[in-house]
Design a protein around this ligand. Structure first.
Ligand code: SF4
Ligand code: SF4
Length: 375
């Protein structure tokens, strides 16, 4: 496994990090982590050189940290780097910062976090973090030895990122970068801003919530022709890990097949050549021709008070865009979304501000509702 040195060169991070937001679950329920299968993933990851584990207070409806705390008990604390995040949307008083942080230490069964982030900063969450003194709080935790490195994850425009990096000193930052969002979400400019401020970058969503594992027929043909034996996800991981200011690339792996494929990509790692960067630009153009909803299944929009399974509905719709198979789509939709389909949306708009991909959720659901009605 390729390792990258971090900042003062005393830390050596695996270029592939295990994101713990898409662990295997029972009966399709996000909160019901399948402990046996998830433990197998953690064990295999650590045995094969992955040493960065990333979780957050909200992942798996609050269960990811609890699982990880139990899964890591058998390992010495210095065998891995542990990262978790402060959910600014759950902070309504200054005391909440301390309360949540204390719970996180307890759930994760540890005295300290190696990497600690203010979670999903956008303009609103950043302003809230300033109002509540969140940076000052995590700096205090760092001074007390409860955090080694402080950072933030980010979803907004480059000008907001400029404000954040100029206001405080950060040890690292986490960005959504992949070969499609490099242009679509101005990830290129965001990456440059971190470079200009000498802030090491951690990447999230390198495979865009799994979408780049099935990037469409034309993109697939291009990439298969160049490397017939390699998976679509391997291209996405190599793209992210080839950027020089990147220290680790997080992937939320849900099964052993994905984990083994990503480990293979990052062992004897082959950086992208200039010709391959150009090829991925072409693949991104082909990907963008499809009418897919850019949902990464992060679930920040959930729960919907009216029962809509927002990421589930979008996932089914995206498979339909890919396959164009109406019968298959309708059958799956009726089977899995009797009470949680697009038609339950009341357009209350509660979910919309929580979506880091800025998807017009009620608008997209309306489109899907109309499609289902016409079929
Ligand atoms: S807009 Fe629709 S999907 Fe979003 S929270 Fe309201 S009812 Fe649920
Ligand atoms: S709709 Fe947005 S917030 Fe909801 S799961 Fe998809 S990307 Fe995440």
């Amino acid at each position: 496994m390729l390792k990258k040195t971090f900042k003062n060169k005393s830390e050596s991070l695996s270029v592939l990090g295990l994101g713990c937001m898409r662990l295997p679950v029972l009966k399709g329920e996000d909160a019901a982590i399948d402990y046996d299968k998830a433990q197998e993933i953690v064990d295999f990851a650590l045995a094969n050189g992955i040493n960065y584990l990333d979780t957050a207070h909200g992942y798996h409806s609050g269960e990811s940290q609890k699982f990880l705390g139990k899964a890591l008990v058998k390992y010495p604390r210095d065998a891995y780097y542990l990262a978790t995040k402060m959910p600014m949307w759950d902070v309504n008083t200054q005391e909440d910062l301390e309360k949540i942080f204390k719970l996180q230490l307890e759930y994760l069964n540890t005295d300290y976090f190696d990497f600690y982030l203010l979670h999903s900063l956008d303009k609103g969450n950043f302003e809230k973090s300033v109002d509540f003194g969140a940076y000052e709080f995590i700096s205090k935790m760092k001074a007390q030895g409860k955090i080694k490195y402080i950072g933030f994850s980010f979803h907004d425009t480059p000008d907001v990122l400029e404000q954040i990096v100029e206001k405080y000193d950060w040890d690292f930052a986490q960005l959504q970068i992949n070969y499609v969002d490099w242009k679509n979400q101005d990830a290129k400019r965001q990456y440059e801003i971190l470079e200009e401020h000498d802030i090491p970058c951690i990447i999230m969503e390198p495979v865009r919530g799994g979408a780049l594992a099935s990037p469409g027929k034309k993109a697939r043909e291009l990439l298969k022709k160049a490397k017939p034996g390699k998976s679509m996800a391997s291209w996405a991981i190599r793209y992210a890990a080839s950027l020089p200011n990147v220290i680790t690339v997080l992937s939320g792996m849900s099964n052993m097949e994905q984990l083994k494929d990503n480990i293979e990509t990052c062992t004897d790692f082959e950086p992208l050549s200039q010709a391959e960067f150009t090829l991925l630009e072409k693949a991104a153009r082909e990907f963008n021709r499809k009418d897919m909803i850019p949902c990464t299944a992060c679930r920040y929009c959930m729960d919907c008070s009216f029962g809509v399974d927002i990421p589930g509905v979008f996932k089914l719709y995206n498979s339909y865009v890919e396959s164009k198979n109406k019968e298959e789509f309708l059958a799956a939709y009726k089977q899995t979304h009797t009470d949680s389909g697009a038609e339950n949306c009341t357009k209350c708009e509660q979910c919309t501000p929580r979506c880091p991909q800025v998807i017009d959720i009620p608008g997209e659901l309306e489109k899907i509702k109309n499609l289902v009605t016409k079929m």
